[in-house]
Design a protein around this ligand. Structure first.
Ligand code: FE2
Length: 509
C-alpha cells in the first residue's frame, strides 16, 4: 500500500498537483525558512506559442542531504509577468514541492501571447527566487524574421569553470539547446580545478546530489535564468558510453536499468521539462521537436535510450573500430531505434520551415583517423542510421538542414554528404564543450587532413555556439573561453560561419 506521501508525490509529478484546501494547509506553507530555498536557481524550457515550463528545485543548503529541506511538502508560489520588474503579472499559481520529487517544481504555463518575452519568479518560506527571463515562440506558421539561439554541451564540473555560461547568459538568446553531458557521473579522483562528491552516483540520492552540486554554480544558474532551454542527454547523465540496457560496468541489464531509472528520474527533476516527458521506470520520452514560426523547426534527438549495442568490440583498440568492420554498416542496426527514426522521417516530410535544425549529441560527419579507424559510440558505429537521416533530408526536400552537436569536446564546422564526392546535403556545427577537456591541436590537424568535409576544428578551447537565423542566412559563431581553468575568464569569438539559404556547407566569414 503506497503511503499518503507517495501518492501525493505521484500526483504532484503526474498532474501538476491540483491542490485542495486541506492539502495546502497541511503543507509547511507558512514556515519561514532561515536560508533562501532557491539555492539551485530557476529555469524555464520547452517554449510553445502560448507558454512554457517554469522550473525550480528547492534547496536551502544544496550540498546537504535533501538539499537542507524538510521531508514534509513545501508550498511554493509562482508568478509570471510581462515586465522584468514583475509589475504586470499575467498569471500566478501555487504548487507543492515534495521530497519524493527531489523538491522540484515544474509549472506548465499556458494562455500567454505568442512571440513575447516574459519574466517569472517563485516564492517559498518567506523568500523570493531570482527573476528569470523566458519567452513564447511565434504563433504556429507565422512569419518570423529572427531567432538567436545558443547551443552547448559537456560541462564536467571538476574540469573547469562555467565562464562560457556567463557569456551565454549575457547574449540573452531566445533559446538555449543543451545537447548532453549536463553532469558527469564519474567518481572524483582529486584531479581538476574543483571537487564534487567522491562517489560515483548509482541511485536516485546519488544523482540528486550530483545535480545539486552542479546547479549551485551561479554562472550555470545565470544561463538558465536568461532564456528558455531545450535539453537532451548524452551518456554521462547515466553512465559512461551506455546504450539501451548496457554500460561498461554494471553486470546485468536488470541492474543497469535500475540505475538508468534513477538517473532519468533525477534528470527530469532537474530540468525544465513537460509532464509528458516524465520518466516511467527506466523509460523517458525525450525526442521531440519545436517550431519557431515559419523560420525554424528544431528536432532534438535521444541517441542513447533506443540504440543497438556497440559492435565490432573484438576489433576495437578500446576507443575505435576499423572502418571495414561490416556490422557497423548493418542496416538492421540503429542509433535512434525504429520508432524514433520513423518519427524523424515524418518530421522531415511535414516541415515547411526555412531552417531545420537537428540537435543531437555528436559530430554526425564520419570522423576517421589516418589509420582508418572510427568511433563505435556515435554515428560512425551506426552508419546505416546516419545514411537514412541524410536520405530523409534529400528525399523530403527538407529546407536547409543544419546539424548542431556536442559530445566530442571540440569545435567543428563542416558539411554532410551521401557520397565522398557528392554535393553536401546538410551543414554541421559542433559547439565545443563548456568545461570538459578536448583534443590537442596536433590531433585536430591530423583529423582535418583525413576528413575533408570538415572545414574547421579546434579542441583546446572551451565554449559554446551561437546561431542567428534570418530567412536568408544562418550565422554560427563559435565562442571561446580564454581560460576555463580560472573563474570569470573572458569569452571571445573564435570563428564565424554563414550558411546561405539553399546552400549547404559552413562558409567561414
Ligand atoms: Fe562530454
Amino acid at each position: 500500500m503506497p503511503s499518503r506521501r507517495a501518492l501525493l508525490a505521484q500526483a504532484a509529478g503526474l498532474a501538476g498537483f491540483a491542490l485542495t484546501p486541506g492539502s495546502w494547509t497541511s503543507a509547511v506553507a507558512a514556515t519561514r525558512m532561515v536560508d533562501s530555498p532557491f539555492g539551485l536557481g530557476v529555469a524555464s524550457g520547452e517554449p510553445s506559442p502560448d507558454g512554457m515550463v517554469l522550473w525550480t528545485r528547492l534547496a536551502s543548503r544544496p550540498r546537504e542531504p535533501l538539499g537542507g529541506m524538510p521531508p514534509a511538502p513545501v508550498a511554493v508560489r509562482w508568478e509570471i509577468a510581462a515586465d522584468p520588474q514583475m509589475k504586470r503579472t499575467v498569471a500566478r499559481g501555487r504548487q507543492l514541492a515534495v521530497a519524493e520529487a527531489g523538491h522540484s517544481v515544474h509549472v506548465e504555463v499556458s494562455g500567454l501571447r505568442p512571440g513575447r518575452e516574459y519574466w517569472y519568479r517563485f516564492m517559498a518560506g518567506g523568500h523570493a527566487s531570482p527573476i528569470g527571463r523566458t519567452r513564447t515562440t511565434p504563433a504556429a506558421g507565422s512569419a518570423a524574421d529572427q531567432l538567436k539561439l545558443a547551443f552547448a554541451s559537456c560541462q564536467k564540473y571538476s574540469a573547469g569553470y562555467y565562464s562560457a555560461h556567463a557569456a551565454l547568459a549575457a547574449d540573452a538568446p531566445d533559446l538555449v539547446l543543451f545537447l548532453g553531458d549536463y553532469i558527469y557521473e564519474e567518481a572524483h579522483t582529486g584531479k581538476g580545478v574543483r571537487a564534487h562528491p567522491a562517489a560515483e552516483p548509482v541511485d536516485l540520492a546519488g544523482y540528486r546530489e550530483r545535480y545539486a552540486w552542479y546547479k549551485a554554480d551561479t554562472d550555470l544558474q545565470a544561463a538558465h535564468a536568461a532564456a528558455p532551454w531545450m535539453v537532451t542527454w548524452d551518456d554521462h547523465e547515466v553512465a559512461n558510453d551506455y546504450g539501451d540496457d548496457q554500460d561498461r560496468t554494471n553486470p546485468t541489464p536488470a541492474d543497469f536499468l535500475k540505475r538508468r531509472a534513477a538517473a532519468y528520474q533525477a534528470f527530469y527533476e532537474n530540468m525544465p521539462l513537460r509532464r509528458t516527458q516524465r520518466p516511467v521506470g527506466p523509460d523517458m520520452l525525450l525526442y521531440r521537436s519545436r517550431a519557431w514560426g515559419d523560420l525554424a523547426r528544431i528536432q532534438m534527438l535521444d541517441t542513447r535510450q533506443y540504440r543497438n549495442h556497440r559492435t565490432c568490440e573484438a576489433a576495437s583498440d578500446g576507443k575505435r573500430i576499423p572502418m571495414d568492420c561490416p556490422e557497423r554498416s548493418d542496416p538492421a542496426r540503429s542509433l535512434l531505434g525504429q520508432d524514433q527514426e520513423r518519427w524523424l522521417q515524418a518530421e522531415f516530410r511535414s516541415s515547411r520551415a526555412r531552417w531545420n535544425l537537428l540537435g543531437q549529441q555528436y559530430l554526425m560527419e564520419q570522423l576517421m583517423t589516418r589509420l582508418g579507424m572510427v568511433g563505435n559510440d556515435g554515428w560512425d558505429g551506426y552508419a546505416a542510421s546516419r545514411r537514412r537521416v541524410l536520405e530523409g533530408w534529400r528525399d523530403a526536400k527538407v529546407s536547409n538542414p543544419v546539424v548542431l552537436g556536442g559530445d566530442i569536446h571540440c569545435f567543428f564546422a563542416g558539411e554532410l554528404a551521401l557520397t565522398p564526392d557528392g554535393p553536401p546535403v546538410a551543414s554541421e556545427f559542433v559547439g565545443g564543450s563548456i568545461s570538459s577537456l578536448g583534443a590537442e591541436a596536433s590531433d585536430i590537424r591530423l583529423l582535418m587532413m583525413a576528413n575533408r568535409r570538415l572545414t574547421y576544428g579546434e579542441g583546446e578551447t572551451r565554449g559554446y555556439g551561437r546561431v542567428e537565423l534570418t530567412p536568408k542566412t544562418c550565422t554560427v559563431t563559435f565562442r571561446g573561453v580564454e581560460n576555463a581553468l580560472v573563474a570569470k575568464s573572458p569569452v571571445r569569438d573564435l570563428a564565424k560561419f554563414v550558411v546561405e539559404d539553399g546552400v549547404a556547407g559552413a562558409k567561414r566569414v
